[in-house]
Design a protein around this ligand. Structure first.
Ligand code: SF4
Length: 238
C-alpha cells in the first residue's frame, strides 16, 4: 500500500518554538510508503508486520531492490505515521528504507512506536551510528561485503553495540564475499555477541550453495532467504 496523504509541516516550525517547548509532537519524517506484509527477513521472519519505509539512502549497493526509495517521498508528522500504523492493528513494526537513520526524525519515530507498545525493529545499512537508537528497538545492522560495492561505508563500531537478540546481516554476492564475511565473523567473534544472518544475493548466489558453504565451514550463522520474494517476487509495497 502506497502512502499518499501528505502532511505539510514547515521546516522552520520547530526553530520558532520557545526554549523548553516540547517539539517532539511536531517531529516529522519523509516517507516512501507504509504497508502491511509478511516479514521476509531476520529473526522476526514470517510475522505479519507493518513496514514504515523512510525515503533516502546515502549508499548505492549494487543489489539494491529499493532504489525507488532513494528519492521522492512525502513529509509526514510522526503523529500521522503512528495513526497510520495503528490502523493496521498489528504489533510488529519494521522501520526500513532506504537508510532510515539518515533522517533526523527517525530516532523519535522509533521511540514513539515503542511507547505505543509495538515490537519495533530497525533495518539499517550499518553505515550510520546506531548507538542512540531506543534500547527497546531490535537493530538489524547490515554489514556491507566487498561485492555490495559499499564495503568502505561499514561502521564496524556498530557491531560492538549489538545485543544477543539483535542481528548482523550479510548479503553474500559470491564465494569471495562468503570468505570475507566468514573471516570477519570469526575474527570479531560476532556470533557470541548477536545473531549473525547470511543471505544470498538474489540471482548472484544460489541459496543451496550458500547453505553448503556454511555447513562445510561449520559456521555459527543463520541462513536466510527473502521469504517475501518467494511469496510475491520483487514487488514494491509487498
Ligand atoms: S543500504 Fe539498503 S537501501 Fe541503501 S543502497 Fe544499500 S541496499 Fe539499497
Amino acid at each position: 500500500m502506497m502512502c499518499s496523504a501528505p502532511l505539510i509541516v514547515s521546516p522552520s516550525t520547530d526553530e520558532r518554538r520557545p526554549p523548553g517547548h516540547d517539539s517532539r509532537a511536531h517531529a516529522r519524517v519523509k516517507l516512501t510508503e507504509i504497508f502491511l506484509s509478511i516479514q521476509g527477513e531476520a529473526d522476526s521472519v514470517g510475522w505479519p508486520t507493518v513496514f514504515v519505509r523512510l525515503t533516502g539512502c546515502p549508499l548505492r549497493c549494487q543489489y539494491c531492490d529499493t532504489a525507488y526509495a532513494f528519492h521522492g517521498g512525502e513529509w509526514h508528522s510522526i503523529d500521522d505515521v503512528l495513526q497510520r500504523v495503528e490502523a493496521f492493528q498489528t504489533p510488529h513494526v519494521c522501520v526500513t528504507g532506504g537508510e532510515p537513520l539518515a533522517q533526523k526524525g527517525c530516532l523519535e519515530l522509533l521511540r514513539r512506536l515503542c511507547d505505543a507498545g509495538h515490537r519495533v525493529s530497525l533495518e539499517t545499512s550499518g553505515a550510520l551510528d546506531v548507538a542512540n537508537v531506543d534500547p527497546r528497538v531490535v537493530r538489524v545492522v547490515d554489514v556491507k561485503t566487498p561485492g555490495s560495492g559499499e564495503v568502505a561505508r561499514n561502521r564496524y563500531e556498530n557491531l560492538r553495540l549489538l545485543r544477543a537478540q539483535e542481528q548482523a546481516k550479510f548479503v553474500i554476492c559470491s564465494r569471495a564475499d562468503f570468505e570475507w564475511a566468514r573471516d570477519l565473523v570469526r575474527t570479531e567473534r560476532l556470533h557470541e555477541r548477536c545473531m549473525v544472518l547470511f543471505s544470498p544475493s538474489h540471482e548472484q548466489v544460489e541459496p543451496g550453495d550458500l547453505a553448503q558453504w556454511i555447513l562445510d565451514e561449520r559456521l555459527p550463522v543463520r541462513l536466510q532467504v527473502q521469504l517475501h520474494k518467494f511469496l510475491w517476487g520483487n514487488t514494491p509495497g509487498r
